[in-house]
Structure formats: C-alpha cells, structure tokens
Unconditional design. Structure first.
Length: 93
C-alpha cells in the first residue's frame, strides 16, 4: 500500500474554552475508509493554542474497505439517536 505525502494545517487548542485538535490536509479529498497519519504533530499543554503547518501521509482505502466503512457507518450514526432526557429534579434536603 503506497502513501501519498501531503501538507496539512494544524489547529490545536487545549484551554478551558475549547479542547480540540484538527489536522486539515491541503488540496486532497478524504473518502470513507481512507487513513491519514500525521507526522510530528506538536504537543500543546493546557492553556496553549497552536496553528501551523506540517506533513501527513494519506493511505487510500480499497473498494472493499471503502464499502465496508460506508456500511458500518450506518450503524454508528444510530448511536447518536440513543439519547434520552430526564426532567431535572432539584435535590431537597
């Protein structure tokens, strides 16, 4: 399996307001089943924000793997529907 080396933008934040890590590949479309491996991702300590550029490898999924990923994703999405809400009842003491 060959990899496509590409540039990506990093957007990392670990603060009280937000906790996220995004590696956004440039000039390439990502499809179901594809794997993106980020190289030398920076470490961000609490209270820090980092934006910058780096490299990543893209491994394209084959036809069977892509179809399997799309099939399984149907069942993964249904997990989002299993959300229940209970009325709030304050504790009285």
């Amino acid at each position: 399996m060959s990899a496509l080396l590409l540039r990506c933008e990093f957007d990392l934040e670990q603060t009280a307001e937000s906790f996220h890590a995004h590696a956004i590949p440039e000039d390439v479309e990502i499809y179901p089943g594809d794997v993106v491996v980020v190289h030398d991702a920076p470490y961000v300590a609490f209270g820090e924000i980092f934006t910058g550029e780096g490299t990543a490898s893209l491994y394209r999924a084959g036809a069977v793997s892509r179809a399997w990923t799309m099939f399984c994703s149907i069942f993964e999405v249904t997990e989002l529907f299993e959300v229940g809400f209970q009325p709030f009842e304050p504790v009285r003491g």
